[in-house]
Design a protein around this ligand. Structure first.
Ligand code: G3H
Length: 248
């Protein structure tokens, strides 16, 4: 059954340092004042996962990684497996982010293999999908996103708890977002594609990501079919991220 609690995920991307632990302390202080109505997870760069996990302690903040290698171990210089990330304290992992699909030419098949690796290691996957502006302008957005869902979700996800994130590539870091009607429509397309791929019983939380900020978060999070947000830039400062968490 789909979790009714919304998920607010903060992807730090290639930002952060030991000084970022102060943001975690600010979040902990806020959570201690009054309980959040959302599940919250932060995704620091891999070298910070251990320190962030220790800083979180028993606070209601999950910790995840921004990517993993599909294999468990081996001669893959510079890569990190889901098992290594789990050992460092991660319990979540973002896979197929557009900055990897487009910047690093990561294919749907690679994403699907990484999802299998995440499940093997006990990490909860957040699988990202989204169309480029060219694809949207050509009227292909729904077909592109549905095809990404179909090809990026391995059979191994049947009966498992997982998360998808709809991130239009043109909305990431641009200050532009689709209308809430467009977001609702695409989330319905994604839910249909999940059911077609994994069966009617399959349910996943579907997040929206792309220029979410404290101002637009209330409307986006109230949109039908939106189960939370994947936040980039606005997750770097606790003040902004907390405003989004409190918008739930
Ligand atoms: O993973 C997060 C998304 O790419 C959104 O980033 P953004 O909130 O900076 O647009």
């Amino acid at each position: 059954m789909k979790q009714s609690v919304k998920l607010i995920a903060g992807n730090w991307k290639m930002n952060g340092s030991a000084a970022s632990l102060a943001e975690i302390e600010a979040m902990k202080a806020d959570a201690a004042m009054s309980p959040w109505q959302a599940e919250v997870v932060v995704f620091p760069p891999a070298p910070l996962i251990d320190r962030v996990s220790r800083a979180v302690g028993t606070a209601p903040i999950g910790v995840g990684a921004q990517d993993c290698r599909a294999e468990a171990s081996g001669a893959f210089t510079g890569c990190v497996s889901a098992e290594i990330l789990h050992d460092a304290g991660a319990r979540w992992v973002i896979l197929g982010h557009s900055e990897r699909r487009h910047g690093l030419r990561e294919t749907d098949a690679v994403v699907a293999a990484k999802v299998e690796g995440a499940l093997r290691a006990g990490l909860h996957p957040i699988v990202c999908v989204g169309e480029t502006l060219e694809q949207r302008d050509a009227g292909q957005a729904e077909a592109v996103v549905a095809a990404q869902v179909t090809a990026s979700l391995p059979e191994a996800l049947s009966g498992r708890d997982f998360t998808l994130a709809y991130e239009p590539v043109w909305a990431i870091g641009s200050g532009r977002t689709p209308t809430t009607e467009e977001i609702a429509r695409m989330h319905a397309v994604i839910a249909d594609a999940v059911a077609a791929r994994l069966g009617e019983a399959a349910v996943a939380r579907i997040l929206y990501g792309g220029s979410v900020n404290p101002t637009n978060a209330p409307d986006i999070l109230a949109t039908p079919g939106v189960d939370g947000a994947l936040v980039g830039g606005a997750s770097l400062k606790a003040e902004d991220f907390l405003a989004i968490i409190r918008a739930v």
